[in-house]
Design a protein around this ligand. Structure first.
Ligand code: CMC
Length: 393
């Protein structure tokens, strides 16, 4: 028997050393490799940020061009995956499809999953960054019953994603620069967040030497929960249910009631005890984007969200517990304006977070101090006792 520190939810346990992302929850600071999220979100491209997270430094022009070329050459899926995709029920949740199809990539790239060879690790990571968007868009197409669109490698990463989502074989789709810009911003904000539940899951799965496709599938599964990435979908469901500004106070009371399971979705964070800097950026650009995207305006939802934030952040319950909007509070409103359906929101999060997952997996695999993740427990079951034959029970 041993005595272990009991730390449910790992409130006070650092599971690793990492040089990727820094968060100061009290001050509301988020840095990727030392660079403030505010600067990256407004000035960089998503693949530039992906390079930074993955390799540790911002790329030169030539390095970025080469990285973009490499990623775009890996965007195709094996044609046999179409049969696998078609096996899913037509209304399967796209996160269920993503989870299954990402795991199945292990079955296609078994030559490259020698996790002890850094070259193979890098190729697997590139494949994941490139193929997850293709799988995500294919899951959407499966849902709506349209043919899967092949990737277009002549387009930029975000534009290609929108093409795979919204083009059809008989209709060309040219995303607006604004839509591309909005997607770029959301992807950058979601790319990494140090040891969150899904990233810790990827690390724990990978600590046994499992292949990266299986590990990232585990990350997708963890992200799906409403306390984590599933919150963006839950926020829009909540706003729809609230329906009108007049109903906000009633829902605030429900969220405060400990006998009611209802929580304000998109509110609160384990680490941020000040405003989530990502939510601040999204809120600021939300107005501008919604105004410019005329025709697809979803302003009533935004107005409702702003009102909800205003009332909650002036309420003692939320103030005392330092509960502020998090990244998921406003992101769904922008996704909606882009024409992305609600059940795809968490998938969008997964596309962006894949970069963080593979960066952490790479960092862990090249860290000589990595050991298999194996938490202990405080046992409180029965003491040792003798087996009783079934006839005597
Ligand atoms: N609405 C109402 N009360 C809340 C909320 C909320 N959204 N969040 C926390 N609280 C209360 C909670 O009831 C507890 O009160 P008390 O001390 O009286 O028991 C106190 O605040 C502390 O909450 P906790 O659950 O112990 O905090 P945690 O660090 O374990 O959980 C959280 C963090 C994000 C899971 C939680 O705030 C939550 O469930 N939020 C809603 C879901 C959500 O928006 N998740 C997205 C997180 S950010 C992006 C991501 O990770 O994907």
């Amino acid at each position: 028997a041993g005595f272990f520190t009991y730390d449910p939810g790992f409130m006070a346990t650092a599971s690793c050393h990492s040089a990727i992302t820094y968060i100061d929850g009290e001050q509301g600071i988020l840095l990727y490799r030392g660079y403030p999220i505010e600067q990256l979100a407004t000035k960089a491209s998503f693949l530039e940020v992906a390079y930074l997270l993955f390799y540790g430094e911002l790329p030169t022009k030539a390095e970025l061009a080469e990285f973009e070329r490499v990623i775009m050459t890996h965007t195709m899926l094996n044609e046999n995956l179409k049969d696998f995709l078609n096996g899913f029920h037509y209304d399967a949740h796209p996160m269920a499809i993503l989870c299954g199809v990402v795991a199945s990539l292990s079955a296609f790239y078994h030559d490259s999953i020698d996790v002890h060879d850094p070259r193979y690790r890098e190729i697997s990571a590139h494949r994941l960054i490139a193929k997850v968007p293709t799988i995500a868009a294919a899951a959407y197409k499966h849902n709506v019953g349209e043919p899967i669109m092949y990737p277009r490698n002549d387009l930029r990463y975000g534009a290609n994603f929108l093409h795979m989502m919204f083009a059809t074989p008989c209709e060309h789709y040219k995303p607006t620069l604004l839509a591309e810009k909005a997607l770029n911003l959301l992807f950058i904000l979601h790319a990494d967040h140090e040891q969150n539940a899904s990233t810790s899951t990827v690390r724990l799965a990978g600590s046994s030497g499992a292949n990266p496709f299986a590990c990232v599938a585990a990350g997708v599964a963890s992200l799906w929960g409403p306390a984590h990435g599933g919150a963006n979908e839950a926020v829009l469901d909540m706003l729809t249910e609230i329906g009108d500004v007049a109903n906000v106070p009633k829902y605030i009371e429900k969220a405060k009631d400990k006998d009611d399971a209802f929580r304000l979705m998109g509110f609160g964070h384990r680490v941020y005890k000040n405003y989530d800097p990502r939510a601040k950026i999204i809120r600021e650009v939300c107005h501008q984007l919604l105004d410019e995207m005329s025709g697809t305006l979803d302003n009533p939802m935004f107005e409702l969200a702003l009102k909800l934030e205003e009332i909650a952040t002036n309420d003692d319950y939320f103030v005392e517990r330092k509960l502020y909007p998090n990244v998921d509070f406003y992101s769904g409103i922008i996704y909606s304006a882009l024409g992305i359906p609600r059940n795809m929101f968490t998938v969008m999060f997964a596309v962006a977070r894949t970069v963080g997952w593979v960066s952490h997996w790479m960092e862990m695999m090249s860290d000589p101090s990595t050991r298999i993740g194996r938490p202990r427990q405080i046992y409180h079951g029965p003491a040792a006792r003798d087996y009783v034959p079934i006839s005597q029970r």
